[in-house]
Design a protein around this ligand. Structure first.
Ligand SMILES: Nc1ncnc2c1ncn2[C@@H]1O[C@H](COP(=O)(O)OP(=O)(O)O)[C@@H](O)[C@H]1O
Ligand SMILES: O=C(OP(=O)(O)O)[C@H](O)COP(=O)(O)O
Length: 408
């Protein structure tokens, strides 16, 4: 068990708070969606209201990407959400950063620069080694405690996630606490348990499918999105060049063999799409798998109506459904139907758990609500749903034994 904010004497304490506010960025290089910021408001407000001095640590994007930008606009938006000034500092662990953090007063909040602007933060380390990186060695001396609220990044073994709790007393923030609570007790959820794996992270999804089937966690795995297309090809369906080229270009061609192996081992529990939707003459057009490949070499952009009816029947009997990844290219209205209808059907299941950044954004866009739990994490949620440990959580659990007394 990790300690939580209930175990931390906050008043007058300088706390490094790792959040995950990695967000969509607009063409102007600033924040385009604040959902992940809003998720952390409870943790940050609580620390500030209890007299904490808060230094926010976070990453944005990956080196080389268009969304690899500074956290200045994130700090502006956090200031609005928290209803108090939030300073932004364009450094993370330099002497200037240390001075600013050291000068914080009770109730002050500062956002330090994108941790990934420093190369070590984009590497994975064992916690003890992560504790000896420039970031952790530079900043830890001016911090009294470390709070990790970045559940969505907890599957990464990077310095800001596993290094700080190795040298400072570490605590789970409220987002982390609630995610661990819900996703950590997956084995106790009602059966039968159905996993719906859609979206475009094919390797991760096949890993999850193997793991949950091997462990007996899943009664059925329903495939959709690019994942479903890979399984169709693995099953011998000719999807046509457009979909095949897409899978090849995304680097997922080798996954077809792994999908075929999974079908050999657990074929009866793995459900494949029965039809797909393509764009024909500017409109949605559905084709049964027996009639594939599409005659004009169109790409399979969504699951079709027969698949939806089949999957809805399987969901009717489920006690728990766990979903990750859109069923189709939901960004285009014509191909949002599969995602909308499948996820709507899932809300009728007794326990419904959803994970994934794009998935959450699809649900907001499509106005689908009513799940038992919508996780802030994609990869992290998937990893937890296979009952695998998350490095950042393990580091919190194993951290220094020294603990401060809680507030009175
Ligand atoms: N059939 C498909 N062909 C191409 N892209 C698809 C298809 N189905 C879903 N996608 C894409 O998958 C992306 C989201 O997948 P992913 O990143 O795995 O989700 P999450 O972030 O929720 O884990 C979306 O951009 C969506 O357009
Ligand atoms: O957005 C994130 O993960 P997700 O896409 O799995 O939800 C996290 O911020 C982790 O980012 P990373 O996958 O660049 O390490």
């Amino acid at each position: 068990m990790t300690d939580t904010l209930d175990d931390l004497a906050v008043e007058g304490t300088t706390v490094g708070v790792r959040v995950d506010i990695n967000s969509p960025i607009g063409d102007d290089g600033t924040l385009a969606d604040d959902a992940r910021l809003r998720a952390h408001v409870d943790t940050l407000s609580e620390l500030l209201d209890r007299g904490g001095r808060v230094a926010v640590l976070a990453h944005q994007g990956r080196p080389g990407g268009d969304d690899f930008v500074s956290l200045e606009s994130h700090a502006d938006r956090l200031s609005e959400l928290l209803g108090q000034p939030v300073d932004y500092v364009d450094v993370t662990f330099s002497g200037a950063a240390r001075e600013i953090v050291d000068d914080l007063d009770d109730g002050d909040c500062v956002v330090l620069e994108n941790t990934r602007f420093y190369s070590e933060e984009y590497m994975e380390f064992e916690p003890e080694r992560a504790a000896r990186t420039h970031l952790v060695e530079g900043l830890a001396p001016v911090l009294d405690a470390y709070v990790n609220d970045a559940f969505a990044a907890a599957h990464r073994s990077q310095p800001s996630l596993v290094g700080f709790p190795t040298v400072l007393p570490g605590y789970a923030g409220r987002v982390m606490e609630s995610e661990l609570d819900v996703l950590g007790s997956i084995e106790e959820t009602p059966e039968p348990r159905v996993y719906v794996l859609g979206g475009a992270k094919v390797t991760d999804s096949i890993d999850v499918a193997w793991s949950v089937l091997e462990k007996g966690l899943a009664d059925h795995v329903l495939t959709a999105g690019v994942v479903g297309n890979v399984f169709l090809i693995a099953d011998g369906v000719d999807l046509g060049d457009a979909s095949s080229d897409f899978i090849y270009d995304q680097g997922y061609w080798d996954e077809i063999d792994r999908a075929a192996d999974l079908l050999d081992a657990y074929g009866e529990q793995v459900a494949l799409p029965r039809d797909v939707a393509v764009e024909r003459d500017g409109e949605r057009h559905e084709i049964g798998v027996n009639a594939l490949p599409p005659k004009n070499d169109e790409a399979a952009m969504d699951i079709g109506s027969s698949t939806l009816a089949y999957y809805e029947r399987l969901l009717e009997d489920a006690g728990t459904v766990i979903l990750n990844g859109p069923a189709g290219v939901f960004e285009e209205d014509a191909f949002a139907r599969g995602t909308r209808q499948l996820y709507e059907a899932a809300t009728d299941v007794e326990t419904s758990i959803v994970g994934g950044g794009d998935t959450a954004s699809a649900l907001r866009r499509l106005g689908v609500e009513g799940f038992s739990h919508v996780s802030t994490g994609g990869g992290a949620a998937l990893r937890m749903l296979t009952a695998e440990p998350l490095p950042a959580v393990t580091a919190l659990e194993n951290g220094p034994s020294q603990r401060q007394p809680a507030d009175d």
